[in-house]
Structures are given as structure tokens and as C-alpha cells.
Design a protein around this ligand. Structure first.
Ligand SMILES: [Zn+2]
Ligand SMILES: [Zn+2]
Length: 138
């Protein structure tokens, strides 16, 4: 199975040759900037399985979790396509909105709920974490 996606202007495209290792909905304060006020939906892949074409701009910043995050976005259309953490170089995280088939994303938890605004719509059924959960096992 090949999972495909890219940015809205199609300058950046990617192909993934393995299943996601996890999907999380993140309400950390940084994600609210990237997701226009909502949470991001993050599909975590093994980096070795992801092939990217097109240039991405890399914005580096420290996260509330203490991780050194890199946000990778299309310089033409601004779509946030990936993020990655220096602490977990074997993983790359695709923003679910960039998947050609967003059904591939199947969130298994909501994280950083303590940072969510009072009006946030947070799943009643998924496990919740106030802040950063333990790392996903790969
Ligand atoms: Zn683009
Ligand atoms: Zn976040």
C-alpha cells in the first residue's frame, strides 16, 4: 500500500510505503498557530518509508515538550506538510490535511488538552493527555 499526499499547490508531493505508526490530535499552543486555531492531526511515519519531492521551508523552534521541533511547509502556498523532532530522527509527522485520502488518518489519542481553549471540540472517546504523552513505540 502506498500513501500519497502533498501541499495545496502541488509543488510538494510525498509517497509513503508503510502504514502510519500512530496518529495524534495535538492541542499544544504551537499547533493552534499552525492549524488556524484548532488542533493539528498528525500522522506519524517511519522516515525511511517517506519519499518527498519539491522544496520545503524548515522552521525550527523548541516545543513545550522540550523537543527541538522542525516545521516543514511549502514556501509557495504555506501548507504545513510535515513536522519532525531532532530527538526522534527516525520519524516524520505528516499533517493529516495533506493526505490525498484523509481517511488514512485514524487518531488514537488527543494530546496537550490542557492548552486547548474552552470552546475546543475534543473527542469524548479517544484517550486524552494533558501534555506530552510517552513516545510512540516503533
Ligand atoms: Zn504548495
Ligand atoms: Zn502540537
Amino acid at each position: 500500500m502506498v500513501i500519497t499526499g502533498g501541499c495545496i499547490c502541488k509543488a510538494v508531493r510525498y509517497e509513503v510505503t508503510s502504514e502510519p505508526v500512530g496518529t495524534r490530535v495535538c492541542w499544544c499552543r504551537d499547533c493552534q498557530y499552525w492549524a488556524s486555531g484548532s488542533a493539528t492531526v498528525n500522522v506519524i511515519f517511519k522516515k525511511e518509508a517517506v519519499k518527498i519531492t519539491g522544496a520545503l521551508t524548515d522552521y525550527a523552534s523548541p516545543a513545550d515538550s522540550g523537543s527541538h521541533m522542525h516545521r516543514h511547509f511549502c514556501p509557495t502556498c504555506g501548507t504545513p506538510v510535515f513536522s519532525s523532532a531532532e530527538e526522534r530522527p527516525n520519524l516524520i509527522i505528516a499533517r493529516a490535511g495533506t493526505l490525498d485520502n484523509p481517511e488514512v488518518a485514524n487518531p488514537t489519542s488527543t494530546i496537550w488538552t490542557a492548552s486547548a481553549p474552552s470552546w475546543a471540540c475534543i473527542s469524548e472517546t479517544l484517550p486524552r493527555f494533558d501534555a506530552q504523552p510517552p513516545p510512540i513505540k516503533t
